[in-house]
Design a protein around this ligand. Structure first.
Ligand SMILES: [Zn+2]
Length: 122
């Protein structure tokens, strides 16, 4: 019984985080329109940890927010953390990226080896 509750709780968390990401995107849009005449202002974004009772605002400059988005990282208040599910997915993605980098490295090494072999041949 409790296992089922955990699962639906996690789903709710995910839905909530999606909504928060959406809210922050709107804030960023609005800020982008107003940003022109102010220098390095900070904006109140929502913490995206997804905890149901989290109402924490996070002050970020647009540049800092864009940096997080570019890195595909969530907006998080100090000491807040994403749930288990999200970090597991993040880990899977990191491992995929590692595999990708390794494959590229292997290709490079193979090319280098071929070049060395050719040079060895008279
Ligand atoms: Zn939070």
């Amino acid at each position: 019984m409790s296992g089922h509750d955990d699962e639906s709780g996690e789903r709710q968390c995910l839905a909530r985080r999606g909504a928060l990401t959406e809210v922050n995107a709107r804030i960023r849009e609005a800020a982008g329109r107003l940003d022109a005449d102010s220098l390095e202002p900070t904006w109140e974004f929502m913490c995206e940890c997804g905890t149901p009772d989290c109402r924490t605002h996070v002050s970020l400059t647009l540049a800092a927010y864009e940096e997080l988005r570019d890195a595909d990282r969530p907006v998080l208040a100090d000491g807040h953390d994403l749930g288990r599910g999200a970090s597991a997915r993040r880990k899977a993605r990191e491992q995929r990226e590692d595999a990708h980098a390794l494959a590229a490295q292997a290709k490079l090494q193979a090319r280098r080896a071929r070049r060395l072999l050719r040079r060895g041949d008279p």
